[in-house]
Design a protein around this ligand. Structure first.
Ligand SMILES: [Zn+2]
Length: 1002
């Protein structure tokens, strides 16, 4: 398929550039009759230390459209990477300042320095940021061609993105003026706003001149290997077979010290490369790669990596070859001679280009050994089918490349590493080691996102998602899940055949969503428009519920009532079973739902009397709630030991995490119990609790909390019910949290909460501070409003809380409390946190637990923390304060309280105390040995009258705290308020005092 252009070597004359367009532009049945054809020639130089590519571009452009063109448009993508660009300003509007704040020496740019028609007049270039327009003096009629010569200069930016700098080398992507796509919708001249790209299929002849000590990895085939590689390497290339070998280990390369040897080593060399039937060309160069190669079916699989990651990369050429084999068999042949995986330290995350991809390094070690590198390889390689060969418009409809690739990635992971557990390397015992797989992960991501209520249609233009955070889950996960769903509905073999037909039909062409749907309908032999429409064009879902099963008295038939209200009514597999082992499977046709809206009745007969029915028992349909799909509503559990690791929630089951719990407090002595936490994909912490007994008095204690979220009514509303009999308190709390609006990307949230609670202290000696509690207790009503926002370098949050006693059982009170915090990061590595708090409580007789405390949280706040709840957990003589209320921490020993509070706090928190040149302590991974320091100042006042300036108390000091311990849940902190004013009678202002705490001050 790619032979048509191989004769066009770079030295060919201009006339050769205009040889008849290749076979790829010819009419393929089912495909629109024309597409433009391009042939690029480049002669460019890259000379470090400047990250600049400069040279000449010659573009032969065939107008095979039925339209006359009077202009050509070019993308100058790199211009997006400088302050003031459309992309930089759009990012800034979303509080992302990575480009707007970029220092000048890290900018990218792309400039056309001259343009003319080959052998003709110069052309006027109008540049607007990332798009250039070249007006043609003579219009280009249908069937005509033109050769345009451009001189250009591109600077590769230094910002984590799809191109970048690495040492003295570069990763060159979107590095040349690239002619905009002209198709049946006209010119695609959108400004680059950070989404992906598009371009015409064609041929590339590229001459890249780099210093002789650089190795180049690239799209296409190297034409002059003998001129740029030493003989020993050429011999190794010739002798290498299918199994993986190291071609060249340059990891120890250093430039010779002697200046003439150095000049010889860095003498520029020109790499001559040819590529055909591709729509883009990318390359990277480096001095110290380890280059390995494996081969499958005559295709060279090259990997280029750094010595530091040799352990991870050593086997990857062979893995790449296995993936190449699978993808070729599953979707269609890979017709190019080679493919390269290049390790990128630029922070791209993994990026696809024709014949070459960047792969981000695997960082850190994880207790769970993940197959991160493998699935990144699978994803980026699969892109050469859906993006590379089937070249959809990635900017407009990213699901056709990213979504189909995610599906192909999942298929590859399952074929190579097994259907289950393919994202983690299997470890035993299973109750201790969570596992995950690509399909469940996509399914879970989709369901979680669907439940957030922030979904937007999959076909949305990449730049036009209202909430940019909706892009990824829609385009990647929802598409992936949808294709697996359709595969199970349509039949696996038939679906795989249809995907092959779509690939074969649209290979080297530019399909849109409707082309994909039409091609699949055609190949599947039926219309699945009901699915395409609901899943891709709208935000419909699958939501089934088994309402009832009945055996009709006369005929003995089984009658199932099934409700479907997600918007998509799929055919539904059903399992019927009786108590003595008889089973039968049926499929409820989608026509069953066409009658009464959303409610289907299905009748069938089976040769036994079923007592149990279950919809979709094998979980082939991404039902948003599978808990109501059976005649039994009792959840199925998968129990695991909570091992302080993330445990991915399984599909179709409730994940129950449990762990033994040991605690100490003075009244019960040692307490022993079990803590548990049950979650489903859509229902985080559905039920959690703790049960145990104390050693002194074998009376059980416990707490239980249930969280409910009605996905159907409003997924942003959460109901919570808690009950407890714990450490001398008995009570309950019912609360509602309602998200009033959020833009995740902008860090904007606005929420409302309401609660009723009742707390009765029945053991007055149980609390850590018994005198701060009233006997008995109150039932209260509470309402709160909370808002968080992210501004440039400032993260702000504020809340307002109203509390009052509910039934006025004894003393009646009402309180108002407002707090505002801002995290300011103006000085790098020294974030500053500012806080202001004010509160007032009024009433006949105010219970002490409702008063405001100057030094930190009041008794109710302390009760919420297990450390501060009871007498004896923290040694009683320790001066300790928990964050909250006034936070004027120097007064933790006397704990003044009042009915009015004002307070201001400031704290700087350095990230680390131990400098990076003492890595030994850090490597021990004991967080206590990785302490952080802080500097703080507090001022505030509590009183029973109006606050006065003279009554203000203040402190100033330094603090030290641990890195977060236990899955980042716990920080141990000691503050030293060296200054306290006013001091206690007879005490000096400046003195060494210490206040212990857990968690941050605020
Ligand atoms: Zn991708």
């Amino acid at each position: 398929m790619i032979a048509a252009r191989t004769a066009l070597l770079p030295l060919a004359a201009a006339a050769a550039l205009l040889a008849a367009p290749a076979a790829r532009a010819e009419h393929t049945p089912g495909v629109p009759g024309w597409q433009q054809d391009v042939h690029y020639r480049f002669a460019v130089t890259y000379a470090p230390p400047h990250f600049e590519i400069a040279g000449r571009e010659t573009l032969a452009y065939w107008n095979l459209s039925p339209d006359t063109l009077s202009e050509l448009y070019f993308h100058l993508y790199l211009n997006a990477y400088r302050p003031g660009s459309h992309m930089a300003r759009r990012d800034a509007a979303h509080e992302n300042w990575r480009v707007q704040d970029l220092p000048r020496k890290r900018w990218g740019s792309e400039r056309i320095e001259g343009a003319r028609i080959l052998g003709g007049d110069s052309l006027h270039v109008e540049t607007d940021d990332t798009v250039a327009r070249l007006g043609l003096h003579e219009a280009l009629a249908p069937g005509e061609s033109v050769i345009v010569c451009l001189n250009f200069r591109s600077v590769i930016p230094d910002v984590p993105d799809r191109m970048g700098r690495s040492g003295r080398g570069i990763f060159a992507a979107q590095w040349y003026p690239r002619v905009c796509l002209y198709d049946r919708f006209g010119w695609h001249t959108e400004q680059h706003l950070g989404s992906e790209f598009n371009g015409d299929f064609g041929a590339f002849d590229v001459r890249i001149t780099v210093p002789g000590n650089f190795l180049v990895a690239h799209t296409g085939t190297l034409v002059n290997a003998a001129e740029v590689l030493p003989d020993s390497i050429l011999a190794r290339l010739r002798s290498s077979g299918d199994s993986a070998v190291t071609i060249w280990d340059r990891s120890r390369f250093t430039l010779p010290a002697d200046s003439s040897a150095r000049a010889a080593a860095t003498m520029p060399r020109t790499w001559i490369i040819h590529a055909d039937s591709v729509h883009d060309f990318a390359w990277a160069c480096d001095e110290r790669w380890i280059w390995r190669r494996a081969r499958w079916n005559g295709i060279d699989i090259d990997t280029y990596h750094r010595a530091a990651d040799d352990g991870h990369w050593r086997d990857m050429a062979a893995e790449g070859a296995r993936m190449m084999e699978f993808l070729s068999r599953r979707f269609g042949p890979y017709p190019y001679p080679g493919f390269s995986f290049v390790e990128e330290p630029i922070g791209a995350g993994g990026v696809e280009f024709p014949n070459i991809v960047w792969i981000t390094p695997r960082r850190g070690s994880s207790a769970l050994i993940t197959r991160r590198l493998e699935y990144l390889f699978a994803h980026e390689l699969a892109h050469n089918w859906f993006y590379g060969m089937v070249g959809n418009n990635e900017t407009a409809q990213a699901f056709l490349d990213e979504g189909l690739t995610s599906y192909a990635e999942t298929a590859t992971m399952e074929a190579l590493y097994g259907r289950k557990g393919n994202l983690t390397k299997p470890m035993k015992p299973r109750w201790l080691h969570p596992s995950d797989d690509s399909r469940s992960s996509a399914w879970r991501n989709y369901l979680e996102f669907q439940g957030s209520g922030l979904e937007e249609p999959v076909v949305t233009h990449s730049d036009l998602f209202k909430n940019p955070a909706a892009y990824y889950p829609s385009v990647y996960h929802k598409t992936n899940v949808g294709l697996w769903t359709l595969r199970s509905i349509a039949g696996e073999e038939r679906f795989d055949g249809a995907m092959r037909e779509y690939f074969a039909t649209w290979r080297f062409h530019h399909p849109y969503a409707e082309d994909f749907f039409a091609s699949m309908n055609h190949a599947l032999g039926a219309s699945y428009d009901w699915f395409w429409r609901g899943w891709f064009l709208r935000t419909d879902a699958i939501d089934l519920k088994l309402r009832s099963m009945r055996i009709t008295p006369d005929s003995g038939d089984v009658e199932l009532r099934i409700r479907s209200r997600g918007g998509i009514d799929p055919p539904v597999p059903v399992l019927l079973r009786d108590g003595s082992g008889h089973r039968a499977m049926r499929v409820v046709p989608r026509e069953a739902f066409l009658g009464a809206a959303g409610e289907g009745v299905y009748r069938t007969s089976v040769p036994f009397r079923p007592t149990y029915a279950e919809l979709d028992p094998d979980f082939t349909l991404p039902d948003v709630d599978w808990s109501d799909n059976r005649t039994s509503r009792w959840p199925r559990f998968q129990w695991m030991v909570d091992s302080w690791r993330a445990s991915p929630k399984p599909i179709g089951k409730t994940l129950g995490l449990w762990r033994p719990d040991l605690w100490y407090q003075a009244r019960d002595g040692l307490q022993a119990g079990v803590a548990f936490d049950a979650s489903t994909v859509r229902w985080e912490h559905a039920l959690q609790g703790l049960v145990g007994v104390g050693a002194r008095e074998p009376r059980p204690f416990g707490e239980l909390e249930a969280r409910m979220r009605s996905v159907a009514a409003d997924p942003r509303r959460i109901l919570r019910a808690q009950g407890y009999d714990l450490d001398g308190h008995r009570g309950y709390r019912l609360s509602l949290a309602q998200d009033l609006g959020s833009k995740i990307e902008r860090g904007f949230r606005w929420s409302f909460g309401a609660a009723v609670d009742l707390d009765r202290l029945y053991q007055p000696d149980a609390p850590r501070r018994p005198l701060e509690w009233s006997r008995g207790g109150y039932s209260n009503l509470e309402a709160s409003l909370t808002s968080t926002r992210k501004f440039h370098r400032v993260r702000w949050s504020g809340s307002l809380r109203l509390r009052t006693d509910l039934l006025a059982d004894r003393d009646s009170y009402g309180s108002l409390y407002a707090v505002s915090t801002a995290d300011v990061s103006v000085i790098p590595k020294l974030p500053l946190s500012l806080r202001a708090a004010a509160g007032r409580v009024r009433g006949d007789a105010i219970p002490p637990e409702e008063r405001f405390y100057l030094a930190g949280a009041g008794p109710r706040g302390e009760w919420a923390s297990r450390w501060f709840r009871s007498r004896g957990t923290l040694p009683t003589h320790w001066v300790a304060a928990l964050g909250g209320d006034g936070d004027v921490r120097a007064f933790a020993d006397t704990r003044p309280s009042g009915s009015t509070l004002v307070a201001f706090n400031a704290e700087t928190r350095s990230s680390r105390l131990i400098p990076s040149w003492v890595p030994v302590l850090r490597r021990l991974r004991v967080p206590v040995l990785d302490p952080r320091a802080s500097l703080f100042a507090d001022a505030g006042q509590v009183s029973d009258g109006n606050p006065t300036l003279r009554g203000m108390a203040a402190d100033f000091g330094v603090g030290i705290r641990t890195a977060p311990l236990f899955r980042n849940h716990l920080v141990l902190r000691t503050d030293f308020p060296l200054l306290r004013t006013p001091p206690l009678p007879g005490e000096r202002r400046w003195k060494l005092r210490a206040v212990f705490s857990v968690g941050e001050a605020f």
